[in-house]
Write a protein that binds this ligand. Sequence first.
Ligand SMILES: Cc1cc2nc3c(=O)[nH]c(=O)nc-3n(C[C@H](O)[C@H](O)[C@H](O)COP(=O)(O)OP(=O)(O)OC[C@H]3O[C@@H](n4cnc5c(N)ncnc54)[C@H](O)[C@@H]3O)c2cc1C
Length: 504
Amino acid sequence: MPDRDPYPHPLPDTDLDVLVIGAGPAGLALAADLARYGVRCQVAERRPAPRPGARCPNVWRRTMYAYARLGQPPHELRAHGVPMRSKVFHVGDRTAAVSLLEDADDQQWPYPLLVRQDQQEEYLTALARQHGCPVRQGVTATVLDQEQDCVRVELSTPEGRSEVLRAAWVVAADGAQSLSRAAAGVDWKVRGHDGVAWWQVDAGISGVELPPEREDLFHAPYSHVGMVPLADGRHRVFLASGTEDATVRPSFGDVERLFREVVGPEARLHDPQHLWWHTPVEGRAEQWLTGRVILLGEAARVFPMPVHGLNTGIQDAANLAWKLSAVVQRHASVRLLDTYEVERRQVAEVLMERGERVLRAGVAADPEATLGPILIEGSPRIRTEPAPAYEASPLTAGAERFAEGCAGQWIASWPVHTPAGVWTVSTLQSQGQWLVLSPSRMPLSVTHPLNPRVVNRAQLAGCNRLMITIVRPDGYVGAEIPFGAGRSAQRSVLEYFDRVAGGG
Ligand SMILES: Cc1cc2nc3c(=O)[nH]c(=O)nc-3n(C[C@H](O)[C@H](O)[C@H](O)COP(=O)(O)OP(=O)(O)OC[C@H]3O[C@@H](n4cnc5c(N)ncnc54)[C@H](O)[C@@H]3O)c2cc1C
């Protein structure tokens, strides 16, 4: 295996392999994943108790697969959620229904699901603990300094007790205002989006017909109102309006006034539970890795609209977890961690751009013109979730790059026909393993420190793939390798794993 590490691997006298600062969804998902791989980690969270409040109400499909990877039983997620099957746009007298079916072939998670963020954080905390990772609440972490082989962090409790801990790696998942980012000397670039106010409230709705399991969006000049059903019978109502000063805190009366203006005079809100207001701002950390400190979730980037952060954070964590565990366990060079930033920063940039577009469309002067294509098409299908692929990643290799289902694409939900029944790629990876699907006649055997699971032709029924497909632990195709003659395919597979272990 190539040895190109700029840093030595952690020395045995560190207290911990990884300290995760912040028990938001990104930090918790990472900690649960690392612990599942057997990494010694712990989470420090300055809040003494879980944060209440629905905040993010939804789970995208890829996020659900990330939950499944962590061992979250799908039925529990479903039991606390509402599937979101369609979106209906109302513009003047016109309406257009749009299906949110992400993938008709996906038997497990064909639609996005609505689950409150506090519920999701409860699951993630339980998963982290279940895998052996302590989540310490009421503990504030302060990054002191970085040494060659570790980071020194001070942990303090509200009672004034403090300890200094030496962690081989620190993951700063401490949110948009991250002090760890500042302590690590990373610049934070912020850009405001003037002229748009974003409000959200959880409330009951009357005076307007809202069938279950769908999102309704009402557009008017310079404003729009959307609503999605929550499991407790309320709706999450989000309202955007063009305004001179988006920093003004609205009252519930202001929210209801705008709601009725846009939705109709009969419409009413009642039993409000939470009211949020946002001044749309986007933020980017200049680097996501510096020495032994890695930024994750909103500590690394903040989207202009608060509608991607949780889902993307959990997916960022799924990308980082297998890489960091391979580095900690000495199966890969630290250079592998650079690919976390390469891959996930690109996803963040796409979402920044998309967020800005949606933000502007929501307060367009002429919504009919802006939403024209949707209104004309009638019932198209749109995706709630952007579908990133890692085509340009240094970890992507393969002859059929860029085609659907090929190198760089996410295929966790794909069915794999085995003599025992139809499984998904993700089920075959239940231990968070690399997967090598080999429909070649010649059985493949791969022994490598990255510990891939090989599924040979005899275990595949009716597989019509023409290549050996190597699937990364996060469900993306890493490489496609032609069968080739004799032992050359096997050699190519091993070379690919060596390349990953060397950092791409
Ligand atoms: C109303 C609303 C609606 C939203 N809707 C959506 C949506 O539809 N889809 C979506 O994907 N996202 C949505 N979001 C965004 C989502 O809530 C955030 O993006 C998400 O919480 C960010 O997760 P994170 O783990 O990166 O950071 P955070 O959740 O901010 O967690 C950071 C944690 O670090 C802790 N911390 C900070 N400093 C320290 C320290 N020094 N020591 C120890 N702990 C520390 C904090 O207490 C906090 O618990 C919404 C947000 C809001 C408010």
